[in-house]
Design a protein around this ligand. Structure first.
Ligand code: GDP
Ligand code: ZN
Length: 461
């Protein structure tokens, strides 16, 4: 495929000081040479691929120096877009960077549309659709873990698995085909049934596994919705503060007067916590009293994580017990705060109430125990039921809905086989499952869907 040469500012993740202008297309070298001058006078087009060159960006009309730069040149197809790519690394501010971009555009490049680089990579067969979407997630990734997940997807883990499942379905479909073509052979029918059930069950299980990871994936992208509960004055706001590490929440000495209004988003060892305000309960002390046991159970259930704070310096009260009661069977971490004061709480009793859920002691005043708390949060999240290092996460909502549909299709096929539905009906469900899985990796996707997907990308990627 031949495209015009596109350009955009494409600043790398986490680096604010350097801005990169990326050019991609047949004329990338030619255009760059018009505005770039190396001390040696050598043209970029004469240089070896995948090399970096020092020099200046000049305005060819005036020969005036605009910026001092490092330029990377990469010839296709060994590039992200499979086209010739030039990256101009500028260190100046936004004004200079924009000037360089304008120069490049005046000399033959076109400003890239959002996601156009990635779209080209896809259209040139460099990456498949799920990888392209992973790039988009990468751009948006808020934490290291989320970024790793996006990277894992980019490496094609999900695609590999999907391809494998599709292969299984194709094999089964081939058998079904034989069965339809030669209905007179009884043992073929028997074998086909056997195979349909075996492979179908396998495919269904794998899809289910993938769907199980989706809530985890969603959490990584959107944050673990977290609620802090406890009696008045136990240290909820202080905890919030030490988690946020900025004094955005208001801390007071007067019981019950704490009112925190801003929603917070914190990153605890790669676990994004979204301190949520479900019905005003991000930090709450009177939830049970206010809305009743059943209703508060319901509300708290919506949280992914509950931090239950107790006072080390006071005996356990009925209100504390009630909070344990309300959070029974939920993911909670018990925090016994104010260890700098004398002990009045029965720690054994607390551990008993917590069961197998973590109990951490802290003195938020003396900044003690916060590491242990963060460790507990991280452990709870990353070593729980579904999560493990090499698991393939599904976090994209388009993937989730396609997988859900695919699961239904394979389930229909299986039900069909079991209840003796004609094989060509089963074939329809199988084919549908195959197609739905294909849509995840961009096989047989409608053009407009592709356009819609890529238009969501940030500029410059
Ligand atoms: P909340 O009502 O549960 O939100 O509690 P706050 O965070 O507003 O804290 C109530 C009071 O306890 C404030 O005066 C805090 O400074 C104090 N406090 C919080 N954590 C500790 C601690 O670890 N030790 C001591 N001694 N005081 C604390
Ligand atoms: Zn408070």
């Amino acid at each position: 495929m031949i495209f015009d040469t596109i350009a955009a500012i494409s600043t790398p993740l986490g680096e604010g000081a350097i801005a990169i202008i990326r050019l991609s297309g047949d004329e990338a070298f030619k255009i760059a040479d018009k505005v770039f001058r190396a001390p040696s006078g050598k043209r970029l087009a004469e240089e070896k691929s995948h090399t970096i060159h020092y020099g200046h960006i000049i305005d060819p009309d005036t020969e005036q120096i605009v910026e001092e730069v490092m330029v990377s040149i990469m010839r296709g197809p060994k590039t992200f877009t499979r086209e010739d790519v030039v990256e101009i690394n500028c260190h100046g501010g936004l004004v200079t960077v924009n000037k360089v971009l304008q120069l490049v555009v005046r000399n033959g490049a076109r400003i890239a549309e959002p996601g156009e680089f990635t779209k080209r990579a896809f259209l040139n067969g460099r990456i498949d659709l799920s990888q392209a979407e992973a790039v988009m997630d990468l751009i948006r990734a808020k934490t290291d873990r989320a970024m790793n997940m996006a990277l894992g997807q980019m490496e094609g883990r999900l695609s590999k698995l999907i391809n494998k499942l599709r292969q299984e379905i194709i094999e089964t479909l081939a058998h079904v085909e034989v069965n339809i073509d030669y209905p007179e052979y009884d043992d073929v029918e028997e074998m086909t049934h056997q195979m349909l059930i075996e492979k179908g069950t396998y495919v269904k299980k794998e899809i289910e596994k993938l769907l199980l990871t989706s809530s985890q994936g969603k959490i990584l992208r959107e944050g673990l919705s977290t609620v802090i509960i406890g009696r008045p004055n136990v240290g909820k706001s202080s905890l919030l503060n030490s988690l946020v590490q900025e004094n955005k929440a208001i801390v007071t000495d007067i019981p019950g007067t704490t009112r925190d209004v801003i929603e917070e988003y914190v990153n605890v060892r790669g676990v994004p916590l979204r301190l949520v305000d479900t019905a005003g309960i991000r930090e709450t002390e009177d939830i049970v009293e206010r809305i009743g046991v059943e209703r508060s159970r319901q509300v708290l259930k919506e949280a992914d994580l509950i931090l239950l704070v107790l006072n080390y310096h006071e005996e356990l009260l009925d209100d504390d017990l009630q909070l344990f009661e309300v959070t029974k069977d939920m993911d909670i971490i018990v925090i016994v705060n104010k260890t700098d004061l004398s002990q009045r709480i029965d720690l054994e009793k607390v551990k008993e109430l917590a069961g197998n859920r973590p109990v951490v002691t802290t003195s938020l005043l003396e900044e003690k125990g916060i590491d242990e708390l963060e460790e507990a949060i991280s452990t709870l999240f990353f070593q729980g039921n579904v999560q493990s290092g090499d698991l393939t996460y599904v976090s994209n909502s388009r993937h989730i809905s396609l997988l859900t549909e695919a699961e239904k299709a394979i389930d229909d096929a299986l039900t069909g086989v079991h209840s003796g539905v004609p094989i060509d009906i089963v074939q329809i469900d199988l084919t549908r499952c195959w197609e739905l899985l294909g849509e995840i990796i961009g096989d047989a996707v409608h053009e407009s869907l592709i356009d819609q997907l890529f238009s969501q990308f940030c500029l410059g990627k």
